[in-house]
Design a protein around this ligand. Structure first.
Ligand SMILES: [Zn+2]
Length: 291
């Protein structure tokens, strides 16, 4: 069934786990991540990047999600990942998605606050939650973002802006980066503690691919309740395709449905590992009742 993103994150926080928020690329990966959540009785957030929204189209993406998520016996939300473009935000709000990440980290602080407040007003009028990012999380993901930290603020500023704008979830810089790590990151779980001394808003961890189970547990213990996974799914997807195509070349058997099955199995296994690491296994029923 389809549920609200912030309620899933709040249930996770109350019960000491994090909801996996997984970027999907198409119907194949969408169905595979939902199958993983169903298999482990886990709540799930399905995310889509602006690049994927533009390639698939808002209407088809919305319909695919509804057809896959509504009959599923676990709570699932649909979230637009990093989006600096107001027109795309408006399109998915109108389509009734669960939430959007308005990424204002390329704006100066005053502009970021003003535009975030406008997005929150528009989203809340339609019952859509808003994740807010005003500091940039380093790394480029699907053409969005920067490899250098452009804006960084004290936690007090992040919380004050979130409260003034009415934001539902916070995406602060926590030492992680998008994409594959080129060097060992300096993780900042203590920054989550400091934020949560000032607010009860759910805190989101970006750049989860490449961290280990102990890193995830440190962030969850600090209070992170939504963890984004994108690169991990892409790697599982592409490596499964590569392995399949090598086999096809060697055997001379070219059968797309069997490649789709291999990709699906690889994505499912990858996401199952994250559901287990995030502690969300078995929480589907409780998170649904929390509605
Ligand atoms: Zn991100």
């Amino acid at each position: 069934m389809i549920v609200s993103t912030s309620r899933l994150a709040r249930h996770a926080r109350e019960h000491g786990y994090a909801v996996a928020a997984v970027n999907v690329l198409d119907d194949l990966s969408l169905r595979a991540v939902i199958a993983a959540a169903v298999d482990r009785s886990s709540p799930l957030i399905v995310q889509v990047s602006v690049k994927t929204v533009r390639s698939v189209g808002v209407d088809l993406m919305t319909t695919m999600f509804r057809l896959a998520a509504e009959p599923a016996p676990v709570p699932v939300a649909l979230h637009l990942d990093h989006c600096p473009h107001r027109s795309v935000i408006s399109d998915v709000i109108a389509a009734g998605w669960s939430s959007v990440l308005f990424d204002a980290s390329d704006r100066d602080l005053a502009t970021a606050e003003r535009e975030t407040a406008e997005v929150v007003a528009e989203a809340h009028a339609a019952g859509v939650d808003v994740e807010s990012e005003i500091e940039n999380i380093v790394g480029v993901e699907d053409d969005i973002g920067s490899d250098t930290a452009v804006h960084a603020y004290p936690v007090e500023t992040l919380v004050a802006v979130a409260l003034r704008t009415g934001t539902d979830l916070l995406a602060p810089q926590l030492g992680t980066a998008h994409g594959l790590y080129t060097h060992t990151p300096v993780l900042l779980p203590e920054r989550v503690f400091r934020l949560l001394e000032l607010t009860d808003l759910p805190v989101v961890l970006h750049g989860g691919t490449g961290l280990d189970a102990a890193d995830f547990r440190a962030f969850i213990d600090a209070g992170v309740s939504k963890i984004n996974i994108s690169t991990g799914l892409k790697l599982a997807y592409m490596h499964a395709a590569q392995d399949h195509l090598r086999g096809a070349e060697a055997s001379g058997r070219w059968d797309p449905p069997s490649m789709f099955a291999d990709i699906s199995a690889a994505v499912r296994a990858e996401i199952t590992g994250h559901l287990e690491a995030f502690g969300s296994v078995g929480h589907a029923e409780g998170a649904t009742a929390a509605r």
